[in-house]
Structures are given as C-alpha cells and as structure tokens.
Design a protein around this ligand. Sequence first.
Ligand SMILES: NC(=O)c1ccc[n+]([C@@H]2O[C@H](COP(=O)([O-])OP(=O)(O)OC[C@H]3O[C@@H](n4cnc5c(N)ncnc54)[C@H](O)[C@@H]3O)[C@@H](O)[C@H]2O)c1
Length: 256
Amino acid sequence: MSFNGKVVVITGAAGGIGKEAVKSFSNDGAKVTLVDLDQEALDQAAAELDLNDGQYITVAADVGNEAQVKNFIEKTVEAFGTVDVLFNNAGIEGKVLPIPDYPSELFDKVLDVNVKGVFYGLKYAMPIMKENKGGSIINTASVAGLGGTAGVSAYITSKHALLGLTKTAALEGAPDGIRVNAVCPSPVNNRMMRSLEAGFSPENAEAAQKSFAAAIPLGRYAENHEIADLVYFLASEKASFITGGIYTIDGGMKAT
Ligand SMILES: NC(=O)c1ccc[n+]([C@@H]2O[C@H](COP(=O)([O-])OP(=O)(O)OC[C@H]3O[C@@H](n4cnc5c(N)ncnc54)[C@H](O)[C@@H]3O)[C@@H](O)[C@H]2O)c1
C-alpha cells in the first residue's frame, strides 16, 4: 500500500490517534494537511514526526467552525492540488455528568465538534473528490456510537449521530466513487481516556482504568497506532469495495 503523491487531510492531528495517522500516511509518501486547534501543538507534532518540508502543511482550525473548515480544505488544494483522503478525527469528550446537570452549552459544543465538524469536512471535501471521481473519507466514531453509557450523554449522542451521517455520506458519495466509512474504537490509551477515567472516578482514576480494561475481552486498551492502522487500510485501494461500513476496533468489547 503506497500513498505516494496522495493528499491526506487529518483533523485532530496533534492528538493521540491523529498523530499516529499522520505518521503512517507520511511514511508512505502522502502529502498531509495537519489540522488541530493550536498552532504550537501542530508544530510540535510535525517536529516530533520529523516531517519533510513540502510534504506537509499545518492549519490551526476549529472543526466546529464552518469557515475554518472551508479554509483548511482550500489551503490543502492550494498547497497540494487536491484532496484524496479526509480523516475526520477531531473530537471532544465533554464532561461526565448526569443529564440534569449537563450544561446545555457543553452539549451543543460536543455536537458542534463531533458531528457538525464532520459534516463541514464532508461538505467541502466531497465536491473535490467528485471531480476526481473518487476519494476516501474515514470518520472516527466510537463504541460510544453503538450503545449508551450513563454520564456521557453528549458524547454518546454525538457518536451515534456520526454513524448516521457516515452512512448517508456513503450513499451520496458512492455514484462518484467516494467511499465513506467509520471506525469505532473502544478505549484507547491516550489523553481522552485519562480525562474520562478522572471524570468517572475522580477519587481513583486508576480503578476506573482497570474496570474499563476488564470489560474488553483482550484485557487492555487499544494503542493509538492500532486505530491508525485500520484507518490507513480503509483509506487505501485495498479497501476499494468498502463503503458505508462501521468498523469496531475494540478488542472484542462489542462481541459480548
Ligand atoms: N481515546 C479514546 O479512548 C477514544 C475511543 C473512541 C473514539 N475516540 C475518538 O478518537 C478521536 C481522536 O481522539 P483521541 O483519542 O486521539 O484523543 P485526543 O484528545 O488525544 O485527540 C483529539 C484531538 O482533537 C483535537 N480537537 C479537539 N477539538 C477540536 C476542534 N474543535 N477542532 C480541531 N481539533 C480539535 C484536540 O486538540 C486533540 O489534539 C476523537 O474523535 C475521539 O472521540 C477516542
């Protein structure tokens, strides 16, 4: 699988899963646009991954802001000529609170980032892919899109909505050869889970981690690169007949 000359846009590129995805695609010759909230974090990610000049650009943007999403897609086309792959990966967890206590503004914010952020990405990338008669889009959903969990109403709602959006985009994109899929990771060993562990069990976050891991038949969290590997496959030509799919990557968690 080579991504030589292909143009890949990755949101949440300075975070756990996103950075590993940048690494996989850039190692295989892709030109990559790294998108995240904070320019400093993007510069740090690019330096850490030792990316070559001319092989990448960074754009600081909030995916919940339509104009900023339009801008990073336009900047990608200016720099590299097109968009072949879009990894809609940026997301936020919100807080762990019961529904009566959940701030309505925070509920909106989680949906703005996790759902509307993906909608904007689709909206501005799909016309470019349509011109190319093809492209691949991968959305990071979650096992939180496949069932409820008390305390995280906004996150659960957002990831369920994202699956509906993924399926609809797959149907709209199929006549033009645009494939759209979602990945649904179980807990991944990174910042977001540290935040959720502390939210579920402020007194003993480590105990929360143990109990989450115990609910996974393989007995552990995923590592960032394991999610990036699935995304890489779905983006590649090896996945040429795969669209509208919802891929759990969960150590067996949802097999029970
Ligand atoms: N960590 C997990 O256990 C887990 C499990 C299932 C799904 N996911 C999903 O994986 C995706 C990536 O998260 P992660 O696990 O790498 O966590 P992370 O917190 O390390 O990375 C998320 C990245 O998204 C960025 N981001 C947040 N809001 C943004 C915005 N408005 N605009 C642009 N960038 C923004 C953050 O700055 C961060 O770099 C998210 O969609 C998350 O919901 C994570």
